[in-house]
Design a protein around this ligand. Structure first.
Ligand SMILES: Cc1ncc(COP(=O)(O)O)c(C=O)c1O
Length: 337
């Protein structure tokens, strides 16, 4: 499939921002360590250096809509080390759009490191919001930012945390199309990914059904909220996407399959097994994971496979959703070793 080619009649307009298709590589050493024949990784951490990770796939569709609507400023929000906000800042810079980021942090002056450092380097206008305001008065917080943009003569376009809205889901429907070309629609796959704002999982799950990959299982590893909450969020986003694009999906066609037990104490709070996974994968494969998303997802996938998760003939595929800049902000986790 050429990058400019439409993957489905209902696919909306897209800007070509990401370096896709991303490669699929084999982790031979990790596979040997856990006693399986083959372990594949879809390297979505390589969607472009500044844009790296899963968010840029979603932004290709959302920013196409923003540009088509005549917007000249982007407003979005996330945690102070948000990969989504950093990718928005970089993409906005490349498109000549203003970017205003509303970031959640209990410390009014967080260290200028990792993604936060890059947000500012890309020229985004950053404001830090205490979790009480961010969680409790989010609508007002966003409306105040939008109004400030309008008063300054801009035409702002808003999209929420993680770009997990129906337009954004197309990013991971497209990822399914790439996997079909790279591995084959009929190859039985168990696909694992981190789940937080749920756009990645929902896109993969819709893509699996829409593009006819009946032999694939999509398994999500929650990294922020409980299985119950994320189940509901996935169903909700799936329903909205189905309705907005008239996809004709039925709930029974898109089973939700989340793996419990790998969040640790909460979002962005790493735990020892996870730190060990990050270190071990770095040393045996030369591949970076991050402490917020992919470290937990990889830990969950490996433990689940070791507990006999794979069905006969099934190949596991890890969707590496990026996050390396967040790793740089957590050097403290790794001590001197
Ligand atoms: C590196 C990384 N991996 C995974 C995720 C989770 O994806 P989603 O928010 O689409 O569930 C995110 C964002 O939240 C992320 O930044």
């Amino acid at each position: 499939m050429a990058t400019g080619q439409k993957l489905h009649p209902k696919e909306p307009a897209r800007l070509e921002l990401a370096r896709i298709p991303t490669p699929v590589v084999e982790l031979k050493n990790v596979a040997r360590q856990i006693g399986i024949q083959r372990l594949l990784v879809k390297r979505d951490d390589q969607t472009g250096f500044e844009l790296s990770g899963n968010k840029i796939r979603k932004l290709e569709y959302i920013l196409a809509d923003a540009v088509a609507s005549g917007a000249d400023a982007l407003v979005t929000h996330g945690g102070f080390q948000s990969n989504h906000c950093r990718a928005t800042a970089a993409a906005g810079a490349s498109l000549g759009l203003r970017v205003r980021l509303l970031l959640r942090c209990p410390d009014p002056h967080p260290a200028d490191d990792g993604n936060l450092f890059l947000d500012r380097l890309f020229g985004a206008d950053v404001t830090i919001h205490h979790p009480d305001e961010y969680n409790g008065r989010r609508t007002e917080m966003i409306e105040t930012a939008m109004e400030a943009e309008r008063r300054a003569g801009h035409r702002p376009y808003f999209f929420p945390v993680g770009a997990s809205i129906p337009l954004g889901c197309w990013g991971y429907i497209r990822c399914v199309a790439e996997l079909i070309e790279q591995i084959g629609r009929d190859t039985p796959l168990a696909i694992y990914c981190a789940v937080s704002s749920v756009g990645t999982y929902t896109g993969l799950s819709i893509g699996r059904t829409l593009l006819g990959c009946r032999n694939w299982r999509i398994r999500g590893v929650p990294v922020s909220d409980s299985v119950q909450i994320l189940n509901a969020d996935i169903r909700n986003l799936e329903r909205q996407t189905n309705e907005r694009f008239d996809l004709g999906l039925r709930e029974a066609d898109t089973p939700i399959d989340l793996i419990d037990g790998f969040i640790g104490e909460g979002y962005a709070i790493p735990y020892p097994d996870e730190v060990e996974t990050i270190r071990s994968v770095a040393r045996s494969e030369g591949m970076l994971l991050d402490p917020v998303y992919t470290g937990k997802a990889m830990t969950g996938m490996l433990a689940t496979i070791c507990n006999g998760d794979l069905r006969p003939g099934e190949t596991p595929v890890f969707i590496h959703t990026g996050g390396a800049f967040g790793l740089m902000a957590r050097r403290d986790l790794f001590g001197q070793s």
